[in-house]
Design a protein around this ligand. Structure first.
Ligand code: PLP
Length: 461
């Protein structure tokens, strides 16, 4: 049988309907709606099988395509590398592997080692395994617990879900891996629900982590794993004083700090990494989506030399070293794409653009908030923004989830793709999410804000 003709889009749609199990879609949707095939992309825009143009306000659906679509320079770099040398296991090195590691480390003072893998989940798993092995080798197996935060997400594997603070993502996938313990979220807008409203919320939200540590026993806690700015849990920008106190707590109890930069990493918030806004010193930083903007599958677990040293040779223990492999961590396409990606960000001044455009977009959202009572709170860091919708501004009761999804659908009709928290934290799937590419212009952002304005009027009146 011949391959399907790529220009026969109705045959492509039929094959999709017959064979593709789409990610995250409710099953009913397979039968009731036409699959959407994204055929082409250029800059901030994509075109579907019907030729309809969409402005992408979420960088590939899940905050990934940081430098935008159609980057020939990345494709060329990957092509040149693949014809020279496509793959060898990471037991050996590669030219782009060394080049990208050197570049990356130059952006991350205090960290020295890059462990290559393929997905955000996998990078987080590496860090979890390292923490467990450090506990086994240096703390008699006692310091094995890993703290995670309510509303954070760290990936889709069973161990990552065990560290997952979004109940609706976890439901029906248990039993989970033991040794993961939740701490409270730090969303100031909802501090009253935690009984923590008032001054110094940031410090007190971090103190709540210390309470969990004391309850569990500090010598049982190996690491604390946090998103710098929570993504799918509601675009939660940490409150003032939070990260400083988190750092103090980790130092005080000798707890390794693992920052999950899978979304924030490589420019999304206007700095190379989200944690760099807050002056903290992580022991592990994991990253994936923006590393190569989706042009190749690559993730990294970056560690300090202190962590690396904890695995050094021990003649009495043949199992002392990190006995882990990621087969496709050896694909050279990943670091080749990542190197070209980071060059674009540098050459085009995209960190500066992200900061400027992020402030502009926050102003646009604030203006919408003045007009639409349903917007309870707007927040963001760089081009990573959210607008939380509420049924009542005084009580802050979350808006009806179906209506929130109707806003997303209305924008889609208008040719603008935005996101919303969805099947994540029960009762709080009420935040519209925006993460347009770092190349966004004011015109692009105006188009997004205009679509949201019209959609809110139609859905909420
Ligand atoms: N960490 C965070 C903060 C994420 O948002 C995600 C995915 O959305 C992951 C980890 C998992 O990444 P992946 O889907 O590449 O496994």
């Amino acid at each position: 049988m011949d391959n399907l003709n790529p220009n026969d889009l109705s045959a492509i749609v039929e094959a999709d309907r017959a064979h593709i199990w789409h990610h995250l879609l409710p099953h009913k949707q397979f039968e009731t709606t036409d699959p959407r095939i994204i055929v082409e992309g250029k800059g901030m825009r994509v075109w579907d099988q019907n030729g309809k143009e969409h402005l992408d306000g979420v960088s590939g659906g899940v905050w990934t395509v940081n430098v935008g679509y159609g980057r020939v320079e990345i494709a060329d770099a990957v092509h040149a590398q693949l014809v020279k040398m496509n793959y060898f296991a990471q037991t050996a090195g590669s030219i782009p592997g060394s080049q990208f590691a050197e570049k990356l480390i130059s952006k991350m003072p205090g960290l020295t080692r890059v462990y290559y893998a393929n997905s955000g989940s996998e990078a987080n798993e590496k860090a979890f395994k390292m923490v467990r092995q450090i506990s086994a080798r240096h703390h008699g197996g006692k310091k094995y617990k890993i703290l995670y935060r309510h509303r954070d997400y760290h990936g889709t594997t069973i161990a990552c879900l065990s560290a997952g603070g979004q109940e609706q993502r976890n439901a029906q996938y248990g039993p989970f891996t033991p040794g993961f313990v939740a701490v409270p979220h730090c969303l100031e807008y909802r501090a009253h629900e935690q009984g923590l409203a008032g001054d110094d919320y940031g410090v007190r939200a971090a103190d709540a982590i210390e309470e969990v540590i004391l309850r569990e026993g500090p010598d049982t806690i190996g690491a604390l794993c946090l998103e710098p700015v929570t993504a799918g849990g509601g675009v939660i920008v940490p409150p003032k004083g939070y990260w400083e106190r988190v750092q103090e707590i980790c130092t005080k109890y000798d707890i390794l700090l693992h920052i999950d930069e899978v979304v924030c990493g490589v420019g999304r918030t206007g700095t190379w990494f989200g944690y760099q806004h807050y002056g903290v010193k992580p022991d592990f930083v994991t990253m994936a989506k923006g590393v190569a903007s989706g042009y190749a599958a690559i993730s990294c677990c970056v560690t300090s030399e202190r962590v690396f040293e904890m695995f050094k040779d021990d003649p009495t223990d043949p199992l002392h070293f990190f006995r882990d492999i990621s087969t496709f961590g050896g694909c050279t396409s990943g670091p080749a794409a990542a190197l070209a990606n980071i060059k674009i960000i540098e050459d085009e001044g995209l960190l500066e653009n992200t900061t400027r455009m992020g402030e502009y977009m926050l102003d646009q959202l604030a203006a919408l908030q003045e007009k639409h009572a349903v917007i309870g709170h707007v927040r963001g860091k760089g081009l990573f923004l959210g607008a939380e919708l509420v049924a009542d501004r005084t009580t802050k009761e979350p808006a009806d989830e179906k209506k929130v999804q109707a806003v997303v659908a209305d924008c889609m009709q208008q040719g603008v793709i935005i996101g919303a928290t969805n099947r994540s934290v029960p009762g709080y799937n009420n935040t519209l999410c925006f993460s347009p590419a770092l190349i966004s212009t004011k015109d692009d952002l105006n188009q997004i804000a205009d679509a949201v304005d019209k959609a809110l009027t139609r859905v909420f009146g």
